[in-house]
Ligand binder design. Sequence first.
Ligand SMILES: [Fe+2]
Ligand SMILES: [Fe+2]
Length: 293
Amino acid sequence: MATVPRQLITQRKIAEHVQRLGELYPPIPLDSVDRTIKRPDLVMDRFGHVIDYLARVELEVDRNVLELLVLLPDVDDTNKTFYADVWQPQEIQHGLILDRLQQDLGRQPADPHLSVSFKIKILGALASLKPVQDIAKLLYFLTGASTERQAVLAYNQINTGLRDLGETAISETIITPIKQQEPGHFAFYQMSATAMIQDKMLKPWQIFMTRVLREKSYNLVGTNNMRDFKADMGGVVIDLGIDADLEGYAREIGRVESRLLWAQRQGMDFPPYILKALKESVELYRERGLSMV
Ligand SMILES: [Fe+2]
Ligand SMILES: [Fe+2]
């Protein structure tokens, strides 16, 4: 069956992955960064908006941890070690380093959105029921997989752009070390979501509910279902050149859920709600540009 990978993903494998990430990638120290910027105006012009966006999203990791605790109060040891010892300490440094970079470029410090939304609180209240808890858990892992994949792709793109500009200090001491840490996060969520399906932890009605909720609540990374952030994300999509192939990008960031949730839909390249979210962001960004003229 398409949903079952050839190699079984055991809880032990996931735990070993988390341990390895912790050993391989300690949080990046602020003073490891070479703050040389050759042409700040050019970097700001080309990537200022993207750096602003990424700094804010990385700093919102503390809200993501709160959401996790609301949604999954009975979180197991592997998940606890991942968020407390690996993920949060790494992401917060990404945020602090990028926030300082944007201020070095003469931009405003990030203003992270740190309050947990009403929707998450409702889902959290319902998640005290075990069958809902499993749905929330799968949704949480799918969200993690999609957002971390977006981070991997964004850092790859921005790194290429900065190298083309000859900004080697930013590329080598900021973006490269950050981008090395993101694939491990993606792998954690991807393995965790896959294990839930492979172990048949959810009954068909729960999978159905997950699909419905995912379709209704899908958000691109850092948009928090807010109009302004969606428009900001549209700017990131354009600045990184992703708008040249939105479908290809939707395929990349939707691969895990395509395989795990929608395998029964023959010929579905990617879940349509992902492309819809991308188009909406780009439209909101363009609208904002027009209204500012
Ligand atoms: Fe990060
Ligand atoms: Fe990450």
